[in-house]
Ligand binder design. Structure first.
Ligand code: ADP
Ligand code: LRH
Length: 489
């Protein structure tokens, strides 16, 4: 029997078929499609209906191949949402979290409510694009969207609603809003009211693995297919990615490496204390009572935007070509803090890297290869910094780092990460989020016992490449220089 995972990343969406045979998972990429946001005037928006179209194309491919589908689930990026009006229709295109309408709003809201109250209630790190600040920005702008809105749905909730006709808010994604209280296990009415909204907008919260109904009749008629059960996965893609970390040890550190780099450890209860707030760590809800104590790192987004800038200038590179250019460049020429706000929004990233270098008294990298090298080395060094903080905060010492996600195809980054942290990196699987999505469906249908059996099966099914640390002296000196140039304490 075959099941289907829709995994929508910020850089692409994919539909993966999964089969469980003799204790091994087989995956097959059925469909991959771009997920390019669209700038409309001043607003950056998601092309949500195109994503629905691509989900339908995947279902048609299933039909044409005469595959008997057992179930499906969706996961996607966090924080973004659509609003549904009284007639059940989507009001406008969802805004992209990198839109400028939230500029300055986090500082304002956190100032009014106090940051410590927000953190004590939610355990979520302060990121300017968190849903709470997006909604507060709409409220401050007196957006007609909010006046007409009856239901709040996050991106996978929304697509699931399009497929099934039923509205639910899934837990792992709900926690990323910074409006959900994991201690009371409910939406936080005080925070919601404090930003001027009604708690009625927010629906019942369902756990990963819950049965969410079936494909609606009108969709089945349109596509000429049989209906299929739909499950909630850990619908936050990072939640699904961490389900798929093939650790056999219950204490482990991970790096989900895609557009974003999400680094941390899994805990059984949120760590909400002064140090966590001060270090700006987060406690995102996961599957089966787990929480992800982690920190967002800007990740390969910076490289994606360099690539786009060069493409606009007429030079096209594949990712392997970019990696090769970096490999051929001189080491440790310049360092950036990938998390500088300069790098958050889309734009001319090579120019911003040069601006950052000039601001910090460094000579900007002169060639495209040197720019890529600067980005990848800086990421690896930032990983060391965040891994040390994860150890400090969780009181654990990790023997190595699990890396999952599309970024592990960048073998140079994996090796440099091992070099920077001075510990082995275990890289795999590439399609972490989609595989985490699949195993939650198998646990729900009783084909896998629990998350630990799932992790063992994943470990047995996919290659995990080990990178041993090299050149310890050079990377130690680079870490000192990185911290000095970027001002990271
Ligand atoms: P997301 O799910 O956030 O869209 P992915 O997990 O698919 O992201 O990872 C995308 C990133 O993986 C790209 O930005 C790129 O840096 C890296 N990547 C993808 N393919 C390759 C490759 N063949 N070689 C090196 N890096 C790659
Ligand atoms: C990664 C991710 C991350 C969020 C960001 C908005 O895709 O879901 O966990 O912080 O997108």
């Amino acid at each position: 029997m075959t099941i289907l995972a829709f995994d929508l990343g910020a850089s692409s969406g994919r539909a993966l078929l999964g089969r469980l045979n003799n204790g091994k998972i087989e995956v097959e990429e059925l469909h991959r499609f771009p997920n390019d946001p669209v700038q409309v005037g001043d607003r950056l928006q998601w092309d949500i209906l195109r994503l629905l179209h691509e989900l339908k194309q995947s279902l048609l491919k299933v039909k044409h191949r005469e595959i008997e589908l057992q179930s499906l689930a969706i996961d996607s990026w966090a924080v973004d949402f659509g609003l549904i009006g009284s007639n059940g229709e989507l009001l406008g295109n969802p805004y992209h979290y990198r839109d400028h309408h939230t500029d300055g709003v986090m500082e304002q809201v956190a100032g009014e409510l106090t940051a410590s109250v927000i953190f004590e209630k939610t355990g979520i790190q302060f990121l300017p694009f968190n849903t709470i600040y997006q909604l507060a920005a709409l409220k401050k702008a007196d957006s007609p969207l909010l006046r007409d809105a009856k239901h709040f749905l996050m991106i996978p909730d929304l697509l699931r609603y399009f497929l099934t006709g039923e509205m639910y808010n899934e837990f792992s994604n709900a926690t990323t809003t910074q409006l959900y209280n994991p201690l009371t296990e409910s939406w936080d009415a005080e925070l919601i009211q404090a930003i001027g909204l009604s708690p009625d907008l927010f629906g019942s919260v369902v756990q990963p693995g819950a049965h969410m109904g079936s494909l609606r009749t009108s969709l089945c008629e349109e596509l000429g297919i049989e209906s299929v059960p739909v499950y909630a996965a850990a619908e936050h893609d990072t939640g699904s990615a961490v389900v798929a970390v093939p650790s056999l040890d219950r204490s482990f550190a991970y790096l989900s490496c895609g557009t974003w780099s999400l680094m941390g450890t899994e805990v059984n209860a949120p760590v909400i204390n002064e140090l966590a707030q001060q270090l700006n760590f987060t406690n995102e809800g996961g599957a089966y009572g787990t929480f992800r104590l982690l920190k967002n790192i800007m990740g390969l987004w910076v490289l994606q935007e360099c690539r786009r800038a060069w493409e606009r200038a007429g030079i096209s590179y594949t990712f392997p070509e970019l990696v090769k250019l970096a490999d051929e460049s001189e080491p440790f020429g310049a360092f950036i803090d990938p998390d500088d706000p300069l790098f958050l929004h889309p734009g001319d990233m090579p120019a911003r890297i040069a601006e950052y270098c000039l601001r910090t008294g460094q000579k900007p990298p002169e060639s495209n290869g040197a720019i890529v090298r600067c980005v990848l080395e800086s990421l690896a060094l930032k990983y060391r910094c965040v891994l040390e903080l994860t150890e400090q905060l969780s009181g654990q010492a990790f023997g190595g780092l699990h890396m999952v996600g599309g970024g592990i195809q960048n073998t140079l980054l994996c090796q440099w990460t091992a070099n920077a942290i001075g510990k082995p990196v275990w890289a795999g699987p590439v399609e972490g989020s989609a595989i985490g999505n699949l195993v939650v469906q198998w646990i729900a249908s009783g084909e896998l016992a629990d998350i630990w059996e799932a992790r063992r099966v994943i470990r047995d099914s996919f290659p995990v490449d080990t990178y041993e640390p090299e050149q310890p002296g050079a990377w130690e000196s680079a870490y000192v220089a990185f911290r000095e140039k970027t001002g990271i304490a």
